[in-house]
Design a binder for this molecule. Structure first.
Ligand SMILES: Nc1nc2c(ncn2[C@@H]2O[C@H](COP(=O)(O)OP(=O)(O)O)[C@@H](O)[C@H]2O)c(=O)[nH]1
Ligand SMILES: Nc1ncnc2c1ncn2[C@@H]1O[C@H](COP(=O)(O)OP(=O)(O)O)[C@@H](O)[C@H]1O
Length: 204
């Protein structure tokens, strides 16, 4: 059966994961982003159903109870989770999907899909990370402190990933992630079905 590639992108908050992923999605219409569920309050400008599905804690807990998440985790004091149904539907269609999740979610997804390709985005330094978080100006001081405190915990998991991108210069980082997605599509595991006839012919 044809199945799409699963890309996992993780990073400490403020490293530029969302910026990178948006640029990738704009450049490559064959990748679809999984829109997570969260109990976090929407930031200014964030839209329900596009950035996240914003739900109450009660609703989230009920969804856990109904087994609706492929993975879920508590991050910076809020719950985040990935819809299992959406993921399975996309994969069945052969659609490539991308999950922007934390290290706890990445571990859960790798167990379910060992073929998933995971990428970790690093900031060039902790000072830059903090500067970016402050520059984004979308979080309270409290939320920024919490994210900085958790940044190193997230970074300690870097060696669990297949690829690392240091997001110093955005253009370079965007080129890297686009190349990485293209390279994944060229793997024989993704190509076999598409080229069965050609390969059989050429093998003779
Ligand atoms: N496990 C898991 N983590 C998620 C999910 N969605 C988002 N996250 C992670 O939650 C963290 C916080 O995300 P967010 O509140 O958007 O803050 P930001 O990373 O500062 O933009 C990030 O590390 C995300 O990757 C999800 O569905 N599952
Ligand atoms: N390479 C870069 N150079 C300078 N600023 C960047 C770079 N990448 C992202 N930013 C900025 O840093 C802030 C955090 O980026 P964002 O994509 O929201 O991070 P994340 O999703 O990892 O929390 C944003 O204001 C974004 O515009």
């Amino acid at each position: 059966m044809q199945t799409g590639n699963i890309f996992i992108v993780a990073a400490p908050s403020g490293a530029g994961k969302t910026t990178l992923v948006s640029a990738l999605l704009a450049a490559d219409s064959n990748v679809r982003l999984s829109v997570s569920y969260t109990t976090r309050a929407p930031r200014e400008g964030e839209r329900h159903g596009t950035d996240y599905h914003f739900v109450s804690r009660d609703e989230f807990v009920a969804m856990i109870g109904r087994g609706e998440f492929l993975e879920h985790a508590e991050v910076y004091g809020n719950f985040y989770g990935t819809s299992e149904r959406w993921i399975r539907e996309q994969l069945a269609k052969g659609q490539d999907i991308l999950l922007e999740i934390d290290w706890q979610g990445a571990q859960q997804v790798r167990k379910l899909f060992p073929q998933a390709i995971s990428v970790f985005v690093l900031p060039p330094s902790l000072e830059t990370l903090e500067r970016r978080l402050r520059g984004r100006a979308k979080d309270s001081e409290d939320a920024i402190q919490r994210r900085m405190q958790s940044a190193q915990e997230e970074i300690r998991h870097v060696d669990e990933y297949d690829y690392v991108i240091v997001n110093e210069y955005i253009d370079e980082a965007v080129r890297d992630i686009i190349s990485l997605v293209r390279a994944a599509r060229l793997r024989i595991a993704s190509q076999m079905e598409r080229h069965t006839t050609l390969i059989a012919e050429l093998k003779g």
